[in-house]
Design a protein around this ligand. Structure first.
Ligand code: C2E
Ligand code: CA
Ligand code: CA
Length: 754
């Protein structure tokens, strides 16, 4: 190799490297390599070619002076033994020098192709990557048969290496481009994520400096991101928060895992609750990878907190009055019991039930009922201290757990009694709702808590029992629990439970107490319910009607009574013994009277049995008229329009105002038995009976006397203008069969009456 050629080689080598380094694309670099080697060899007979190996095939990459037709013919050439110089070199990894294509067996299959393009010699060298694998082949063709000289071999060696450099550089560039593309994609995803995440992310360094802020909800920050970045959290947060904040940062820096932290902060939008997840970050700053940071991911959980509070409110507080409910009360009561047990302390529980609330609620509707309950709560609260617990069990039942500590049993009893009388006095005053005045009483049961052996449930039950006793005494009073009361209450509860099964098992029966006119003829009867209990025997209505009224059982009882009454009427009709104007009276309690089902059901049942409505008399009491006078009058008019008769039972015992009689469409007044019994007491004794009769005459109602027990009473009544009488003296209530028999034998009976 002469010096000039060597210098040219060096210059060419340098310019190729430069071209590669400047980032020219691969085809132009390889093209340049081919041109440079051809120009150094400086012969019109030389042609160079570079092919790149893809799997098992070589594809054409550069050959600026070879004919296109030849290049495309060899493009996609499979490598293997006997695949020309290039295919063989790439396959074996050895340099293949073919000096005469015409003679060489390696060219057997391509000889015509090569020679057809004037190519007679071909020296091929595998292009190797830095890891020595073959990535292509470098070829020098000659237009005449020829062997390479040492300079040629040196050139081929250098230029095949340059080709390798170009290919590898290009591949590295492609990998890099792919990588940065993926990186850009990942970054895009991350940015989208940060954009939508409901969190704010702060990057804080060891000293508390806010290095970066991510997240869109910047209104949750104490200041704008630009005002925060580069400043310490200590300077941005109020002192007490900053201290707490830095404590969490320090913990996160020194311990592995995520630190959870909840805090409340006043941010631009107001007071908010945050939940932070804090974790240590390594190498956050490229320029200072050794400096530790924390990622402080804060989420606004104000709404969730509020919802939690609401759930708590719903679970433990009554929605109408916001008072603690039964659950919370029991919790507090249990604590009071525990305390009482530990310190031998005494306490007490007051069970309150409003008197007559149901009446107002049923008559005036729940909206008024609710208002009244709230007014009651306000009044009760005004009598209690902060530490006392007032809770609503539901309906019109309340419990007061007064805060009584450091007192002996006697003091507790005194204090609680004085609280109860304060409450009773407070209820003397009427409640005013929307311009109307309502008077409502309260019955109070008190149970003293004196040891820890009782359960919360039992204490409440005791107070309930005492309250029930207060109701029995007429309401608007207080009763302290006594153990004997409990036995009665337990029995009551048992009876209540048995009501349902009694109905299902047909244990209820209508008895009939005949009513006679003054000549002793049957004019009708009153149907009275009896419970034939399997173990208790005959149970009278006063014992179970009140519970039946509290539940829906009264409705079922009423239905079965009505059916039995109809059956009796049908039988009397069949026996042709039904006197004209004969009626059977059915007792309707106020709750039943207000039930919208009453009228329809009555009409339906009467129709099924074919009983004329005029044979049914509904016995109602004055109590249903006190409120909603108009509603009651309307209901009465409807029932009478159907043809039913209406009798006012227990007349004179209830409400003093008689003015309602004017508005009431009635058929009959029933003189209460207490007035009948009072007739014995001389002249004055008959005064009330006379007054009732006069009143009835005035309004055009007929009159019937009940509870007639003696011959004297019969005689006295006989002298008065009344329409009928009913009582033990004339006949006791009878089962259906016996009653029918009595009516059949009506005439005989009449004889004994007179
Ligand atoms: P009430 O409507 O005043 O019924 C009259 C009560 O007086 C009946 O008591 C009856 O047996 C009783 N009695 C009859 N004659 C005499 C007598 O000469 N002297 C005395 N001292 N009492 C007499 P009973 O059957 O125990 O019923 C009590 C109350 O139960 C009834 O009083 C009525 O308010 C209610 N009741 C009875 N059956 C039903 C019913 O089917 N439905 C509803 N809602 N209440 C009913
Ligand atoms: Ca009655
Ligand atoms: Ca009565």
């Amino acid at each position: 190799m002469n010096a000039i050629s060597y210098a040219a080689l060096l210059e060419a080598q340098q310019s190729v490297i430069e071209k590669i380094a400047l980032g020219n694309d691969l085809p132009s670099c390889l093209d340049f390599i081919c041109r440079r080697i051809e120009s150094i060899i400086d012969s019109p007979l030389v042609r160079s070619s570079i092919m790149i190996l893809h799997g098992d095939t070589l594809s054409h990459a550069a050959a600026p002076s070879l004919p296109d037709s030849y290049c495309s013919a060899v493009d996609g050439l499979s490598i293997g033994p006997g695949m020309g110089s290039c295919g063989t070199a790439a396959y074996t990894g050895d340099q293949i020098i073919v000096s005469d294509i015409a003679q060489d067996p390696l060219w057997k299959d391509f000889r015509d192709l090569a020679m057809g393009h004037g190519l007679h010699a071909c020296w091929s060298t595998p292009i190797r990557a830095s890891d020595d694998t073959v990535i292509g082949s470098f070829g020098i063709y000659y237009l005449t048969p020829k062997l390479p000289d040492p300079f040629h071999l040196e050139l081929i060696d250098r230029f095949s290496r340059l080709s390798s450099l170009a290919i590898e550089t290009d591949r590295a560039r492609q990998r890099e481009a792919q990588l940065s593309h993926r990186l850009a994609q990942a970054k895009g995803k991350l940015e989208a994520f940060i954009e939508v995440m409901p969190d704010i992310a702060l990057i804080i360094d060891e000293a508390g400096v806010c290095v970066d802020i991510y997240g869109a909800d910047t209104h949750l920050l104490v200041k704008s991101p630009s005002e925060m970045k580069g400043h310490t959290m200590q300077s941005l947060l109020p002192a007490e928060h900053a201290e707490c904040f830095m404590k969490v940062v320090k913990t996160a820096l020194s311990s592995p895992g995520v630190q959870l932290h909840e805090y409340t902060l006043t941010v631009q939008g107001g007071l908010r609750v945050f939940e932070a997840r804090v974790v240590r970050l390594e190498g956050y700053l490229e320029e200072k990878p050794e400096a530790p940071h924390v990622l402080w991911l804060a989420r606004d959980i104000t709404a969730r907190k509020r919802a939690d509070e609401q759930i708590e409110q719903l679970a433990f507080y009554d929605p109408l009055t916001s008072l603690p409910n039964r659950r919370l009360l029991k919790d507090r009561l249990q604590s009071a019991l525990d305390r009482a047990g530990r310190h031998h302390e005494y306490s007490a529980l007051l069970f309150l039930d409003l008197d007559g609330f149901k009446r107002i609620n049923d008559a005036l509707g729940h909206a008024v009922g609710d208002q009244l309950l709230c007014a009651v709560v306000t009044r009760l609260k005004s009598l209690l201290r902060e530490a006392d617990t007032l809770s609503r069990l539901g309906g019109d039942e309340f419990i007061i757990l007064p805060d009584l500590s450091d007192r002996d049993a006697g003091e507790v009893a005194d204090e609680v009694a004085s609280l109860a009388s304060k409450i009773l006095r407070a209820f003397d005053e009427t409640f005013q709702l929307e311009g109307n005045m309502y008077h409502i009483g309260v019955s109070i049961g008190i149970s003293l808590i004196d040891d820890a052996h009782r359960t919360a449930d039992r204490i409440i039950q005791h107070a309930d029992t005492a309250m029930y006793q207060a109701k029995k005494l007429g309401g608007s009073c207080m009763v302290f629990f006594e153990p004997e009361l409990q036995t009665a209450a337990d029995e009551r509860i048992q009876l209540e439970r048995e009501l349902g099964s009694g109905i299902a098992n047909g244990q209820f029966q209508a008895y009939f107490q005949p009513q006679f006119n003054l000549t002793g003829s049957h004019i009708g009867a009153e149907a009275l319910i009896r419970w034939q209990h399997p173990t208790r025997g005959l149970v009278l209505p006063d014992e179970f009607i009140p519970f039946a009224v509290q539940s829906d059982f009264i409705h079922k009882l009423h239905t079965l009574m009505l059916k039995q009454v109809c059956e009796v009427l049908v039988q009397l009709e069949r026996l042709h013994v039904l006197p004209a104007g004969f009626t059977i009276a059915v007792n309707i309690c106020p709750r039943q009277f207000r039930d919208h089902r009453l009228q329809d059901e009555l009409a339906k049942t009467l129709e099924i049995y074919g009983v004329p409505p005029a044979q049914i008399k509904l016995e109602i009491t004055e109590s249903l008229m006190v409120d909603a006078l108009q509603d009651a009058a309307d209901q009465l008019s409807r029932l009478r329009a159907m043809g039913c008769k209406v009798s006012l039972d227990d007349f004179g015992t209830g409400y003093s105002s008689l003015s309602y009689l004017q508005h009431f469409p009635l058929d009959e007044l029933k003189i209460d038995k207490s007035f009948v019994h009072a007739m014995h007491g001389g002249v004055g004794g008959t005064a009330i009976v006379d007054a009732v009769i006069a009143l009835a005459n005035q309004f055009g109602f007929s009159v019937i006397a009940e509870g007639v027990e003696s011959v004297e009473q019969v005689q006295l009544l006989n002298q008065k203008p009344i329409n009928g009488l009913q009582g033990f003296q004339t006949c006791r209530p009878l089962p259906a069969d016996a009653f029918i028999a009595t009516v059949v034998k009506g005439n005989e009976h009449k004889a004994t009456l007179l």
